[in-house]
Structures are given as structure tokens and as C-alpha cells.
Design a protein around this ligand. Structure first.
Ligand code: FAD
Length: 726
């Protein structure tokens, strides 16, 4: 969309830019000096890269809609100035921790929270905000909501309704339509800006009209459509023959099998639809492999705060016939201390599976070059805005090292990645299917066959054998390999020089889309410690496996400083981990201060079977015996009712909470106690929250809405704390 201002020539451009303080920027089409494109600013606050990649997607799409956009991370405060920004601003903000803004947005949030700012400080600002969150966690989208609230309080105006995208159900469910609606909203806001300018500058009507024209965009869409129709025709020809071309074109499937949708193939109406595919993401990296021996690294350098520790003990806490395997690890921190408090967690670095890295190298025909040094540079002339060489890809690392330690090769490919992969796919049926998966029309298929089944790049490459992407595409689209967090399951008062963790080995059964596999980190850890896993016994320090760890302190999930405050802990399964730390600490404090007053301690624990997966049973019973725990309340979800045939045996922790509703309500509402919940975010934490609402509603005889307000108050006062994960 180009603003034609030829009447007034370059002088007009100057005046216009002055008036709107860069709301419209001189177009990059220098052959037409009078033309300007409407320019807006995108600011993102990202924790793990999701908000950043969505912001980049918006930036990328802007050109197709006739806009230009500047883009910056909220942490780069020298690159933007919202205090004086008159261009529309689009914020994309994720949420982390207990509903906190991402680390990269913290400074910005502090700035806009400043109480000395005037109530109309941002009255010049027109903005739209896309908040990212996960309804499995408390304080959904709170990072974005916090920024939104403060901007509103300071007079900023929405030009488009805030979007709240839920990673629990799929960010794209909200993100895609939100972005789609953004362009009209931007047109309107620019239009209202321009009409102001028009009045002042007495411009001709043609100026206005030009905001609504997008000749180049339309042409592009048309050509995209032609490509799609061509692909559609190909698939029609194949289906007329009663056959569908599968991964290998010589290998045909009958119509009856073709009627079932799968990762590899679609059924009508999708297979017959004209597709709306996202724009091809601009490539921006150039990767060179040098045949010199690479600078060898075994794990990413310690600049991110990781240190290497020996694993001095590994104990399987569950019986062999338990549904899940829980393992306790003990780190030896006696040589290099690592300060922590019960309630803190630790980040563990884990590599990608060697077999998967090998297969990927083989599939990309790069096996013989795995030891080459990798040089990554920005492509000259890339149209990608604010392109950067990803910081997590080291220069001169070997290819194998980068694929092993730096990139999350297991991540489910985003639609933009699928779109880009389609362009490197030779077989037309395969290409069509990839385009379907990233298209608007194929959204449900993408969710079913990619997102919900956690299909990874390798699964796609297996399913689409004619797809051969260059290495640069992987580097552009695969996110950084993230560490996994584990809560400390010990107290240094009880185990000086040691830290304990406990984890379940995550298992994903085989599916048509991928073979059976274990969780990346938990599967690796289980293999890594298999030689020392008890009951085999301890091993000499020299052969202890090692792991890279850094602290991940919690700002709130700790025992109250005043030990007389009563606490209720809810931690089924491995969710009991931090409470083992709490109770070890309490046990020691009680021994050291026998005169002191200690509040009640309740622990609600649950597992499947009393005899198979009752984690830390002996230790918990000891705590209950010596008074460290005043109440140990357990339930077993899969055990038969006892011999007496007791009906209504509590199955889950929330049932036991209901049975003890009076005490729970008293502790929280009268005694100013604390409630801690740890473990599964998807079901347990929600059920416990619902139960809490009922307990409070019944106790105070109030309706759900009022109970929700009380619960929100408890959260605010940090007396209802969650440490949950999915
Ligand atoms: P991943 O490979 O990362 O897979 C994990 C998730 O990805 C699954 O839950 C699933 O949703 C999805 N997924 C991946 N592949 C598939 C597939 N093929 N099919 C279906 N779904 C798939 N965990 C503990 O056990 N103990 C703790 O004490 C603990 N403390 C934590 C503390 C914090 C602060 C946080 C944030 C998390 C904590 N976790 C804990 C969770 C832990 O960090 C890991 O997420 C967990 O161990 C799984 O890691 P993984 O690499 O083995 O699994």
C-alpha cells in the first residue's frame, strides 16, 4: 500500500513525516521518490522465542499488506522510545513463571509501572497487544495483561482488541486470526491519522484511497493462488485415478486407505480446497561448512551459568511394574557449592538423542560433514527485518555439536517452518500436503497430526521423503534447545553438599506419526545414570556420570519466614519433590529450636498404587511420626477399595482436600496460612483450584465469583502458591 503524494512531491513527504513523526516512512522503493509506506513498530517480550517468532511473522507479513514495520525486543530500550512514539505499536508479550512478564520485558514493565508517570503519559500512543500464555498455569497471559493494564492506566489507546493466545490449546488458534484482523485495524488507525493530516495539509482524495490499495500484495496473492491451483490439479488427477501418491510415487495406496486423513495425506474437503498458505518466510542465514577440524565442544560453554556436577547417586523410587518410573538423582555439590533453598529448582542441560542426530545428518546427506566447523552469517539482501544470527548457534562449532546441544530438534515445526519445507519438497503430492498442513484450511489437520502428536522435523522428513531442506533452513526455524527444570527435593540442612531431584521418565507410545520415545531430558537422564541406578549400589567417584546444572531460584515458592504459620502442601506424584525439601528443612529447624512454635503442616499426597509408586514413603512416614508433618493425607487412584469395601474412597488429592475442607478453610481464612500446590499443571492443579473455590464458597456461603475473588486475593498475598508443570 503506497501513499501517492505526487502533488506535493518530496516536500510533502517531509511535511507528512514531520506531522506523524515517522508514522509513515519513506518507502524502500527508491525509484519512486514520492512514495511512502505506512510504518508501525513491533515490540516483543519473549522468554523462549515464541513471542519473538510471532513478532517476526507479523513483521514479515507487514510488507504483503503494504506496511513496513520496525521490530525490536523490549529489552533493547535504546532502539525505541514509546514515550514519544506516534506510530502504531504492536506488542507481543509472553508470560513466564507465576504469571510474570518475560525477563526481556522486565525493565520495560518497571518503567511503565513507575508511579511518578502522569496519568496521560501515554495518551499519544495507539497500540495493539497480543498476549501469550497457557491456561494450564495460573495467571493466564498475565505478562501481556500487566503491560496492557499499565499502558491503559497511562492513557494509551487500543487500536485493536487485545488477543490472549493459549499455548494449552494451541497459540495459533488465536494468533492466526488475530494477525489476520490486525491489518484492517492498522489500515483504520493509519486512515484516521491520515485524515487528521489531510485536514491540515489539504490533500487530495487520492491520498486516502491509496491506503486501501495494495496492488503488489494482490498480485502476489494471485500468483500464490495459481501455484495452489496447480498443486490442487495434480492431486485431483491422482485422485481421479483412484490413487493417492504417497511418499514414494511408485508406492500407491488404494482409495479406501486414502479416505483416512493422516500426517501424510488429507481427505476431502481439505484435499480439494484452494489453500490460503502463509507467505514464504524470507531466508536470512548462510551456512558454510569448513573442512577443517571444528573447535570441539562437549556441551555449551558455561557462560549461561551452568556448572558440571557429578551424579553421586541414582535411585529408582518406583517398583518395576509401576506405570511410570520415578528416579531420584543426587548431585555432589561438595566440591563446588551451589546455594539453594527448598522450593528452588535447577535447570539441567540435556542433549538431543545421538541416534536422532545421526538420522538427521544422514537424511540431510550431511553425515560425512558432521565434524566440519560451521560458519553462520546473515544472507546479504535478505528481506527479513532485523535479521540476526541466532545467538544459540556458536560460530565454529561442529555440525554434530550444534545439532546435539543447541537446537531443539524435537520441537513441533511451526507452520512457517512447514511452509518453508514445502518449498524444498520435490514430489508434488508431498508438497501439496505440507502446504495443506500450514494453510488456514488445514489448521485442524495441523493440530491433529503435528501439534497434538508432537511431530518433530525428523518425523516430517520421514513422512515426506522428497523434502530436502538446506541446513540454513533448520538454523532459521529450529528453536534453541531449552534446559529442563527440576525442583530440589532436599534441604542443604539435611544433605550438606548434595542436591536431590526426582523425575518421572516421560514416555510417548508409538503412533502412526512417530516411533515410541521417551521425553528428551528424562529419557536421557535415565540412560545416563543407568550404570549407577540402585539397587546396583554406589560407584567410585571417577565413574560417576556428570550433568550441567544451573540454579533456577523461585522468588515465592518457599516456606513462610515465620515458622508458626500453618501450611497446606498438595503434591501428588513427583509434585511432592519440593515438599520433601520443605519438610527436611522443618525437621532440622525443629531439632535446632525445640522451644520455637511451629505451625501445622499438612501434606496431601497421591499416587496410583500404595505398593508401587508411593514416593518417599518411609521418609514421609517418619515426618508424620516425629511431628514434622502434623497430617499426612494420602490416596491411591488405582488401588482396589479396601477389604471392608469402603465406598467413596478418595481417589485424588482434591477429594481428600474436600474431606478436610473445614481445616483447609480455617488455615487459609482464619489462621492466615499458606497453600502450596506442586506437580501436573494439566489436570491436578485445575482440579485442586476448583476444589478450593468450592471449599471457600461453602465455608463463607458465597457464590463462585466471590470465591474466585478470595482465591485471587490469596494469590496476591502469596499465600496460594503453585509450582506446576505439564
Ligand atoms: P519433553 O521431551 O520435553 O516432553 C515433555 C512434553 O512435551 C510432554 O509433557 C508433552 O506435552 C510434550 N511431548 C513431547 N513429545 C511428545 C510426543 N511424542 N507425544 C506427545 N507429547 C509429547 N518434572 C519432574 O519430573 N520433576 C520435577 O521436580 C520437576 N520440576 C519442575 C520445576 C519447574 C519450575 C518446571 C518448569 C518444570 C519442572 N518439571 C519437573 C518438568 C520438567 O522440566 C520437564 O518438563 C519434564 O521432566 C519433561 O522433560 P522431557 O525433556 O523428558 O520431556
Amino acid at each position: 500500500m503506497l501513499l501517492k503524494a505526487c502533488k506535493c512531491g518530496v516536500q510533502y513527504v517531509f511535511r507528512l513525516e514531520k506531522r506523524l513523526e515517522l508514522a509513515f516512512r519513506k518507502s524502500s522503493f527508491h525509484n519512486m521518490p514520492c512514495e511512502v509506506a505506512a510504518c508501525f513498530l513491533i515490540l516483543y517480550g519473549s522468554q523462549h522465542g515464541q513471542a519473538q517468532s510471532i513478532a517476526e511473522e507479523i513483521c514479515q507479513q507487514a510488507a504483503e499488506h503494504g506496511f513496513t514495520a520496525d521490530i525490536s525486543c523490549l529489552s533493547n530500550q535504546h532502539k525505541y522510545n514509546v514515550d514519544r512514539e506516534i506510530r502504531p505499536v504492536v506488542f507481543v508479550v509472553s508470560t513466564t513463571g507465576d504469571g510474570d512478564p518475560p525477563d526481556t520485558a522486565q525493565k520495560f514493565v518497571r518503567k511503565i509501572k513507575n508511579k511518578s508517570l502522569a496519568h496521560d503519559h501515554f495518551s499519544h500512543l495507539h497500540y495493539a497487544l497480543l498476549a501469550l500464555g497457557d491456561t494450564n498455569y495460573a495467571n493466564f497471559c498475565n505478562g501481556g495483561k500487566t503491560i496492557d493494564r499499565h499502558l491503559q492506566q497511562l492513557g494509551a489507546k487500543h487500536f485493536y482488541a487485545t488477543g490472549h493466545a493459549d499455548d494449552g490449546t494451541g497459540l495459533e488458534v488465536v494468533v492466526d486470526p488475530w494477525i489476520e484482523g490486525l491489518w484492517d485495524a492498522l489500515k483504520k488507525v493509519f486512515s484516521s491519522m491520515s485524515s487528521l493530516t489531510q485536514q491540515d495539509a489539504d490533500l487530495s482524495d487520492s491520498t486516502q484511497d491509496s491506503y486501501h490499495k495494495n496492488a503488489s500484495g494482490q498480485e502476489k496473492n494471485k500468483s500464490d493462488l495459481e501455484v495452489d491451483l496447480q498443486l490442487l490439479k495434480l492431486s485431483e488427477v491422482d485422485s481421479q485415478k483412484g490413487k493417492t501418491i504417497t511418499s514414494d510415487s511408485s508406492n500407491v495406496e488404494t482409495l479406501s486407505t486414502a479416505l483416512v486423513a493422516s500426517l501424510k495425506q488429507s481427505v476431502p474437503p481439505l484435499s480439494e480446497s484452494v489453500l490460503n498458505v502463509p507467505a514464504l518466510p524470507a531466508s536470512y542465514l548462510e551456512v558454510c561448512l569448513e573442512q577443517v577440524s571444528a573447535e570441539w565442544e562437549t556441551v555449551p560453554s558455561d557462560k549461561d551459568g551452568y556448572r558440571e556436577f557429578s551424579i553421586s547417586k541414582a535411585v529408582q523410587l518406583t517398583q518395576d511394574d509401576a506405570v511410570k518410573t520415578a528416579i531420584l538423582l543426587e548431585l555432589d555439590t561438595s566440591v563446588q557449592n551451589i546455594a539453594y533453598h527448598p522450593g528452588d529448582a535447577f535447570d539441567i542441560l540435556c542433549p538431543n538423542r545421538a541416534s536422532e542426530v545421526e538420522e538427521l545428518l544422514l537424511r540431510l546427506d550431511l553425515q560425512t560433514q558432521k565434524n566440519c566447523a560451521v560458519q553462520v552469517n546473515l544472507l546479504k539482501n535478505s528481506s527479513k527485518k532485523a535479521a540476526k544470527v541466532p545467538l544459540h548457534i556458536p560460530q565454529n562449532g561442529s555440525l554434530q555439536f550444534i545439532l546435539t546441544w543447541c537446537l531443539e530438534i524435537r520441537s513441533a515445526p511451526k507452520k512457517a517452518f512447514v511452509r518453508a519445507l514445502a518449498d524444498f519438497t520435490q514430489n508434488s503430492s508431498e508438497k501439496r500436503r505440507l502446504l495443506e498442513l500450514c494453510s488456514k484450511e488445514g489448521s485442524a489437520d495441523y493440530n491433529t497430526f503435528v501439534r497434538d502428536t508432537n511431530v518433530c522435523l525428523l518425523d516430517l522428513l520421514r513422512a515426506f521423503p522428497s523434502c530436502l531442506p538446506p541446513l540454513s533452513l533448520l538454523f532459521e526455524h529450529l528453536p534453541k534447545l531449552q534446559p529442563r527444570a527440576y525442583s530440589a527435593a532436599s534441604s542443604s540442612l539435611q544433605h550438606p553438599g548434595k542436591v536431590h531431584f526426582v523425575f518421572n521418565v516421560v514416555e510417548f507410545p508409538a503412533r502412526p506419526e512417530h516411533p515410541a520415545r521417551t521425553g528428551l531430558c528424562t529419557g536421557w537422564l535415565a540412560d545416563h545414570v543407568s550404570s549407577i541406578l540402585r539397587p546396583l549400589g554406589a560407584v567410585p567417584a571417577s565413574s560417576q556420570p556428570k550433568v550441567h546444572v544451573r540454579p533456577r531460584p523461585s522468588s515465592t515458592f518457599h516456606l513462610p519466614a515465620d515458622p508458626s504459620i500453618p501450611v497446606v502442601m498438595v503434591g501428588p506424584g513427583t509434585g511432592v519433590a519440593p515438599f520433601i525439601g520443605f519438610l527436611q528443612q522443618r525437621e532440622k529447624e525443629r531439632e535446632a529450636n525445640q522451644e520455637a512454635t511451629f505451625g501445622e503442616t499438612w501434606l496431601f499426597f497421591g499416587c496410583r498404587h500404595k505398593d508401587k509408586d508411593f514416593l518417599f514413603r518411609e521418609q514421609l512416614e517418619r515426618f508424620a511420626c516425629n511431628g514434622t508433618l502434623s497430617h499426612l493425607i494420602v490416596c491411591f487412584s488405582r488401588d482396589e477399595p479396601d477389604a471392608a469395601g469402603t465406598v467413596n474412597t478418595p481417589t485424588y488429592v482434591q477429594h481428600n482436600l474436600s474431606l478436610h475442607a473445614k481445616n483447609v478453610a480455617r488455615i487459609l481464612l482464619k489462621d492466615k496460612g499458606c497453600l502450596y500446590v506442586c506437580g501436573d499443571a494439566k489436570n491436578m492443579a485445575k482440579d485442586v483450584n476448583d476444589t478450593l473455590l468450592k471449599i471457600i464458597g461453602n465455608e463463607l456461603q458465597i457464590d463462585k465469583l466471590d470465591a474466585m475473588k478470595i482465591v485471587a486475593g490469596l494469590r496476591e498475598e502469596k499465600r496460594y502458591l503453585q509450582d506446576i508443570w505439564s
